[in-house]
Design a protein around this ligand. Structure first.
Ligand code: ADE
Length: 273
């Protein structure tokens, strides 16, 4: 990855912002609405930012939105870059590097995922406690820039324990039930098969999706504190007697949007230092 490209992108974004953001948000399929809670946001289309890839998926807006969210300066990605779109891991995680270059040390990463855990239901929110990288690739492959992070970064605490406890406390306070579990990152774009779902469950996965893992690895490498939240959009293949569709993913995330907004807004409003 070219750090000069990161610096150029960050310089372009910084120029547009009135305030320095403290928290980064990556908003998954159907969850971009959180950015609408930002007061008088500055919006920056991805295509205007030097070196930024462009998003291609329906339901993804493709812009940064920055400003005050519940008293915190945030910068949100409305739509992310997926590996299945054909982007390299370096491209997928480019925005995380830009956020770090902007000075952001805390990042909330969200996604829509399929439920693997049989106790889960569509519409549940799941705090991500850990992940399994099942993508067969890693954004840190290649020469390591020691200025960005270590060659062999520890991932045992990549989901910040303090943030997790904070998210639990916020959920309790708001009377929102949240699940917790391990997110498995698959490449997609094909949804997993029933046999693969059984395999992933045996391996310890609670949910499966096509994102998040690259961004979390990169944020961890960069020393950022990470909170991950999945919206369980459907039950993974073979668990219900029905096929999986992207329409269902969008419909479910729209249904839980209110709860998601309330929870994440409160988490950000009271995010500990
Ligand atoms: N995203 C939403 N639902 C999914 C599923 N079942 N598998 C993978 N990614 C998903």
């Amino acid at each position: 990855m070219d750090q000069n490209a990161v610096k150029e992108a960050a310089a372009y974004v910084r120029e547009k912002l009135a305030d320095t953001p403290a928290v980064g948000l990556i908003l998954g399929s159907g969850l971009g609405v959180l950015a609408e809670e930002i007061n008088n946001p500055v919006t920056i289309p991805y295509q205007d930012i030097p070196h930024f890839p462009e998003s291609t998926v329906a339901g993804h807006k493709g812009q940064l939105a920055a400003g005050d969210l519940k008293g915190k300066q945030v910068i949100a990605m409305q739509g992310r870059f997926h590996y299945y779109e054909g982007y390299s891991m370096k491209q997928v995680t480019f925005p995380v590097r830009v956020m770090k270059e902007l000075g952001i040390e805390s990042i909330v990463i969200t996604n829509a995922a399929g439920g693997i855990n049989e106790q889960f239901n569509p519409g549940d929110l799941m705090l991500i406690t850990d992940h399994i990288n099942n993508m067969g690739d890693n954004p840190l492959l290649g020469p390591n820039d020691e200025a960005l992070g270590e060659r062999f970064p520890d991932m045992s605490q990549v989901y910040d324990a303090t943030y997790l406890q904070h998210a639990r406390d916020c959920a309790t306070k708001l009377d929102i039930t949240v699940q917790e579990g391990v997110y498995t990152g698959n490449t997609g774009p094909a949804y997993e098969t029933p046999a693969e779902v059984r395999m992933l469950r045996t391996l310890g996965g609670d949910a499966v999706g096509m994102s998040t893992v690259p961004e979390v690895i990169t944020a961890g490498h960069a020393g950022m504190r990470v909170l991950g939240i999945s919206c369980i959009a459907n039950m993974a293949a073979g668990m219900l007697d029905q096929p999986l569709t992207h329409t269902e993913v969008i419909e479910t995330t729209e249904k839980v949007r209110g709860e998601f907004l309330r929870l994440v807004s409160e988490i950000i409003r009271t995010l500990p230092n």
